[in-house]
Every structure is written in structure tokens, then in C-alpha cells.
Design a protein around this ligand. Structure first.
Ligand code: BGC
Length: 737
């Protein structure tokens, strides 16, 4: 496969960069490495819009507001742009006029006219908000991964953003870690396909296109393996695990042409990722062939001091720049210290020039030297337009996972319905963990969607995520109902950054609500809104139907209604294992077997107080129909394993099945996972329809990195399972010579 990084190296561009570098002063060079927030307070968390909201909400005095908003800070920042001392902004303000203004200062008023690059977190949509990544990954649908990124890029670009800090590619196997919500889940193969699709979606064929933005593969690397699932925590892992499990999605993003990478907050085996020469130079540049630039995660250069590997910010700058972080996000360590470090010989001129070159290379590739400005007129027509809403609905439908259904769903449209729970009617909470552009007033809740469909229902909140259960309201709500829809889960800020929980059961009194439903004797369906797998064994036992609705974005309510009433047959599959109890984390399907494989036997690898199976395994998800598998066969043809299986829709409604292919290297030099996903394919089947699904798995792709970090495919038996989820028993073998 072509490594699209090579496309960034264009002789004429490199010559232009040589010419610029020859003219640049040291201060101008350092300026290119410095990224600042557009917030008037100089940091990056609070945008001008947010400041206004704080004022309107009475949380800021008018005097303070005026002080913050006074142009002093801005005059200073503009002065720095004019002097060529800022290369990039992390823009929280959705105002392309403001960005254009800053850009004009850079391009028309600075000595060398080098354009700024505006970056932002365009993670799961922009103004049109798509399902959170963990939810979207459950679609197992590369086209969806690509399409939603394409739309997000188009909307963000129309508001002046050139560059997104996405996709997030951290393999996440610990549901306590809040950022699992931003990931594609626990599986390396799926995350690698997701990575390539997202890069294609954001960047298109060529990101100089005005509708495209530069992608950033983050957080490099192994951030998802934070010890105990506690955010920002240390990661200590073998190099084999790093190479086999955590690096492949980043390699895929690199080969797909990601223009930038972000170095992670965590330390890896004691070395912070932003100061990690092995990761940033040996792995990323030498082995992966990366030609773009690396931005540090926010403040992570300065945090080398807290990590205890730098005595002060100056030494932190020295370590990180030498290690290969090109751009220092918002903390200003490079701005303050690189000149001095250069004079002291601690950073070489070559290192500085190279760091600048790689940033300029991406600015040239983005076309910023030719077209620095955003067409402010175009935004209004495309932001949350009908076409984008339609795609948001499709993505949301595909992300929903039906976890349990004892003949409750789909619902009859004329049933008397009661809805309970706070999350049924909270638009803001549907938007998920990363929302910079989405608006609650443009978001459809379950209640909105029921009304839109003219469904007869009563609604009582009865219980919030964190507020008490109100029995009176509950009795009132269910009195005349044939069926009750309960909505429980997490607020959107209970997952994402700095949202680790050691207990991932339902919070507050939500379980009282479920108990009341269980005891009332009426049928009910429980909808979960959350950003992580939840440990809800007892809830799952008590509820006759359980639907995983995640945080689905703009079209959440409509998608949920389509599933509830059978207008869309659920097809989502879990990409992260649901544990029975929080104490089982980290939990994932593709573990090693151990010398005492998990079983009913006492002295086997397990907890004595938990079932040996997870609550819901990887790849799991029900449908309103059943799929039957037969005739599995596999043979080696040339460089590939050709696998065929018959899949039949054995039920009464049409549906989409995700056919999953797993392998195991039965005997190898080092222990290999019990199963690993190696391919998936979606098929749409009418009732009674049967198709033969054939895939080719490249033999070169079933190997692994051994203890010498050599990639090898060992001869011998490989088992091959095919089926509906990671527990399928339909198996065959091939022998690789
Ligand atoms: C997060 C990144 C994000 C950055 C900029 C950091 O706190 O870890 O994922 O891209 O902020 O907003």
C-alpha cells in the first residue's frame, strides 16, 4: 500500500521552504512552533462566546468581563502575529471573520507573510453533531466513519478551521477511563480501519481543498492504557504490546496521509510521550515515514516538569523539541526558552530548522500560502443543512446497539407509552463529550421525536442522573401506561477528558427507578445514554429490553424512535466489552489465554465473585431478525486466506448483519490472543435471503511483532472463527507454511 506521507515531499515546496528559512529570524522560526489559544484570557479553555455566556449567566461581573475583553491582551497577541511570533491558534471562537482578521495580520502585515494555521477539536461533528466515536465505531461501517468526518470537515472549514485534533486512536480497554468515549473501542484492527477512514474523511484526496481539514492522529501513544483507567496516569507496557496493539491504528493513520500527530499526556515506561525520542523519531519518522508535524497535547511540554524529567520549563522545551515535538500547544515553553537553548547549543540550528520546515510543509500542503482566508459567506448554507442532518440520522441509527429484547421491541405505535428519566428530554446531554459547534436547540431529544411522530405519551422525569427518584411522579407517569420507556445513564461530561470513574455502575438513584419499574409489573424498555460501557449487570437482568443509545448527537431522538418503533432494524455491535462489575476492568475479548484459561474450575484465571463471561462481549448486538451461518470454509490461495461463509436472514424482517472474522495463531513463539478480529463485512439481507460472503485475509497481516520487534508470520495452524460476534463457535483452520 502506498504511504501517502510521501506526497507531502514536493521539491518545489521544499525549495520555497528553504528560501523562507533563509530569511527567517530565530524569533520568527520559534513563532512557527508556538500555538496560542484565541481566548482573550490567553489560555484556551474559554472562548469569547463562553465568556459572554458566563456574563449572561451572572457568573462574571460586568467589570471583570470588560477587563478580560478589553483589547489589551488582543493588541498584544495581534502584535505578536504581526511580528511573526505566533504560528497557530487553537481557536475556540466560531467566528471566521475573527480568524480572517488574524490571518490578515499574519499574511499582510508580518514581514514574511507566513499564514497562521487554525486548529480545533472537530471530533464527532461540528455544527451537525454525530454520535460520539465509541458509538459510531459500533456501526462497523467504514463509509460512515469517512462520511461523518467529511461533513465535519466541511462545516468546520466553512467557519475558518484548517486543522482538527482528530481522529483519536487510543485503544481503550478500560471502561473506567472517560476518554474511551472518544475512541473506537478496544480492538486494534477495527481502530486501524477507523483511523484510515477518518483521515480520508477529514482530508479527502488532498486537504488543500477548501472543504477539507488537516487530520491529527492522537494521542501518540498508549494513552488509553493509563494505569487503573485513571486519566493522565502512567503507562508501563512491553514493547511487543505497544507494537502489536497500540501502534497499528497510528501506523494506519500515517499511511493514510495524516498531516499531523499529537503527542500524548502520559509517560510511556517513564518517559513522557512529548519528550519521547524513541516514539517521535524512531517510530514515527523512521519506521512510519511520517513527514508532517507533531503538536504536543495541551500543556504537555510544560508538564515534563511535573513528570519529573525536566527541572524547569526551559529544560522541558529542550527535551520536547529535541525529541521531535514541532509545535508547543498553548503553554509557551518554546516561545520563552528556545532562543536561549539555541544560544547555549542545547538545541541545534538544524533541529530548529527541521521543526519549522515540517510545519511549513503542512501549511503549504493545506494551500494556506495561496488561499489564506475563509469565505465567510459559505458557512450559513452548509451548517446543519438537511443533507448533513440526514447523515447524522443514519450514523446515529447505525450506532445504536440492541442489548436485550424479550419480545418487547419494536413497540406498537398506538401503545400507551410513559417515558421516565431525565435524559429523555435533555438536548445538551445528547451532544456527547466534544461539542464545540453543536447547539442544543438544534438537537432532537427522544421527547421531541415522539412529539414529531404524533405518538401519544406521558412524560415525567421522575429521576435524574444525579437527582433523587420521585416515587409520586413515577406512579403518576405509569398509571395508564401499557409500556414504559426508561432513560438512564450518564451526563455527557461524565465521559471524555478528566472523567474517569472507579465505579461505572449507574449513578445517583437511577437504579431505584429501574427497581420500581421491575416491581410495577408492566413491560418496560431501558434506554442507556452513556459514553462508556457500564457495569449494569443487575439492571440488565431486571429490564426486559435494553438499548444502548450512547450520546448520539443532533439526531439522537429520531434515530432512537426509528429503532424503538421498528422503522430501523438495529445493527450496531459493541466495540468495547461490557463488564459485569467495575472491578473487572480492564476487560477485552482479545486477551491472552494464560496458563490457567478462564473456566468454571476454581484455579483458573478469574474473579471468584464475578461470572466468567462479560455482561456483553465485543462485537455483540441484537437485531429484530436472526441470522444463520453455515458452510464455513477457508483455504490458502497465494498470499491470502480466502474465507467463505453462508449467511441467511432467518427472521421476518430485513436487516444488516456485520459478519465478523477472527483468527488465532494456535502455537507461536510468544503467546497470542485467544482471538483477533481480522476482517468484517456488512451485508443487507431481506427475510429468507441467503448470501455467500467471501473475504480475503492477507497472510502478511496475520503476523505479529516478536520480542525483537521483528514482524513475523509463523508457520502452523491458524484457527478462523466467523459469525455474529466475538463469541461465535463456527470455526475452521488453515495451515500456513
Ligand atoms: C486534549 C486533546 C485536545 C486538546 C486541545 C487536550 O486537553 O487531551 O485531546 O485535542 O486538549 O483541545
Amino acid at each position: 500500500m502506498e504511504n501517502r506521507q510521501n506526497r507531502f515531499i514536493k521539491p518545489d515546496t521544499e525549495k520555497k521552504i528553504d528560501t523562507l528559512l533563509a530569511k527567517m529570524t530565530v524569533k520568527e522560526k520559534i513563532g512557527q512552533l508556538h500555538q496560542l489559544g484565541t481566548s482573550p484570557v490567553g489560555g484556551f479553555e474559554i472562548s469569547k462566546n463562553e465568556m459572554k455566556k458566563l456574563l449572561d449567566a451572572g457568573r462574571l461581573t460586568k467589570e471583570d468581563y470588560d477587563n478580560w475583553m478589553s483589547n489589551e491582551q488582543w493588541d498584544e497577541n495581534e502584535g505578536l502575529v504581526r511580528a511573526g511570533e505566533i504560528g497557530s491558534f487553537l481557536g475556540r471562537d466560531k467566528d471566521p471573520n475573527f480568524y480572517n482578521h488574524l490571518q490578515r495580520v499574519a499574511v499582510e502585515e508580518s514581514r514574511l507573510g507566513i499564514p497562521l494555521i487554525f486548529g480545533n477539536d472537530v471530533i464527532h461533528g461540528h455544527r451537525t453533531v454525530f454520535p460520539i466515536p465509541l458509538a459510531e465505531s459500533c456501526s462497523f461501517d467504514d463509509e460512515t466513519f469517512e462520511k461523518t468526518a467529511e461533513i465535519a470537515a466541511k462545516e468546520a472549514a466553512s467557519e475558518g478551521i484548517h486543522w482538527t485534533f482528530a481522529p483519536m486512536l487510543d485503544i481503550s480497554r478500560d471502561a473506567r477511563w472517560g476518554r474511551i468515549a472518544e475512541s473506537a473501542g478496544e480492538d486494534t484492527y477495527l481502530a486501524s480501519r477507523y483511523a484510515a477512514a477518518k483521515v480520508r474523511g477529514f482530508q479527502g484526496e488532498d486537504f488543500s481543498d477548501k472543504d477539507r481539514i488537516v487530520a491529527c492522529a492522537k494521542h501518540f501513544v498508549a494513552y488509553g492504557a493509563a494505569e487503573g483507567g485513571r486519566d493522565y496516569n502512567s503507562v508501563d507496557m512491553s514493547m511487543q504490546k505497544l507494537w502489536n496493539t497500540y501502534l497499528p491504528p497510528f501506523k494506519a493513520a500515517c499511511e493514510a496521509g495524516a498531516g499531523t500527530f499529537m503527542s500524548a499526556f502520559n509517560d510511556l515506561n517513564g518517559i513522557p510521550c512529548s519528550a519521547n525520542t524513541y516514539l517521535l523519531r524512531t517510530v514515527l519518522r523512521e519506521k512510519f515515514g511520517f513527514k508532517g508535524f507533531v503538536v504536543s497535547d495541551a500543556f504537555s511540554v510544560g508538564e515534563c516538569v511535573a513528570h519529573g524529567v525536566a527541572e524547569d520549563r526551559k529544560q522541558a522545551a529542550e527535551l520536547c523539541l529535541n525529541a521531535g515535538v514541532n509545535m508547543d500547544m498553548v503553554v509557551g515553553c518554546y516561545r520563552d526558552h528556545v532562543e536561549e537553548l539555541l544560544n547555549e547549543g542545547k538545541i541545534s540550528e538544524d533541529t530548529l530548522n527541521e521543526a519549522v520546515r515540517e510545519i511549513l510543509r503542512i501549511k503549504f500542503a493545506k494551500g494556506l500560502f495561496d488561499n489564506p482566508y475563509t469565505d465567510v459567506e459559505s458557512a450559513a448554507d452548509i451548517l446543519i443543512c438537511d443533507e448533513h442532518r440526514k447523515e447524522a440520522l443514519k450514523a446515529a441509527e447505525k450506532s445504536i446497539v440492541l442489548l436485550k429484547n424479550e419480545d418487547i421491541l419494536p413497540l406498537r405505535k398506538n401503545a400507551k407509552i410513559a417515558v421516565v428519566g431525565e435524559l429523555a428530554d435533555d438536548a445538551e446531554e445528547m451532544l456527547g463529550c466534544w461539542v464545540l459547534g453543536g447547539l442544543p436547540e438544534e438537537t432532537v431529544t427522544l421527547i421531541d421525536a415522539l412529539k414529531l411522530r404524533g405518538i401519544d405519551f406521558v412524560y415525567e422525569k421522575c429521576c435524574g442522573v444525579k437527582t433523587d427518584f420521585n416515587r409520586e411522579a413515577f406512579e403518576r407517569a405509569i398509571e395508564n401506561a401499557d409500556i414504559i420507556i426508561a432513560t438512564v445513564g450518564e451526563y455527557r461530561d461524565m465521559s471524555g477528558e478528566a472523567a474517569s470513574y472507579c465505579d461505572i455502575d449507574l449513578h445517583g438513584e437511577q437504579k431505584k427507578l429501574i427497581d420500581a419499574l421491575y416491581n410495577c409489573g408492566k413491560p418496560f424498555v431501558t434506554l442507556l445514554f452513556n459514553g462508556r460501557p457500564l457495569a449494569i449487570r443487575d439492571v440488565a437482568e431486571k429490564t426486559p429490553a435494553l438499548v444502548e443509545c450512547w450520546h448520539l448527537g443532533t439526531e439522537a431522538g429520531n434515530a432512537i424512535c426509528n429503532v424503538l418503533f421498528g422503522d430501523y432494524n438495529p445493527s450496531g455491535r459493541l466495540t468495547a466489552t461490557f463488564p459485569n462489575y467495575s472491578g473487572e476492568c480492564p476487560l477485552y475479548y482479545n486477551h491472552l489465554n494464560t496458563g490457567r484459561p478462564t473456566s468454571e474450575v476454581r484455579h483458573s484465571s478469574k474473579y471468584q465473585d464475578a461470572p466468567i463471561k462479560p455482561l456483553y462481549p465485543f462485537g455483540y448486538g441484537l437485531s429484530y431478525t436472526d441470522y444463520a451461518y453455515s458452510n464455513l470454509s477457508a483455504e490458502i490461495i497465494g498470499d491470502n486466506i480466502s474465507v467463505s461463509v453462508d449467511v441467511e436472514n432467518a427472521g421476518k424482517v430485513s436487516g444488516t448483519e456485520t459478519v465478523q472474522f477472527y483468527i488465532q495463531d494456535v502455537v507461536a513463539k510468544t503467546a497470542r490472543p485467544v482471538r483477533e478480529l481480522k476482517e468484517y463485512k456488512k451485508v443487507y439481507l431481506e427475510p429468507g435471503e441467503k448470501v455467500t460472503v467471501t473475504v480475503k485475509i492477507t497472510i502478511a497481516d496475520i503476523g505479529y511483532y516478536d520480542e525483537a520487534l521483528e514482524y513475523i508470520v509463523e508457520p502452523g495452524e491458524f484457527k478462523l472463527w466467523v459469525g455474529h460476534d466475538s463469541t461465535t463457535e463456527l470455526v475452521t483452520s488453515v495451515f500456513v507454511k
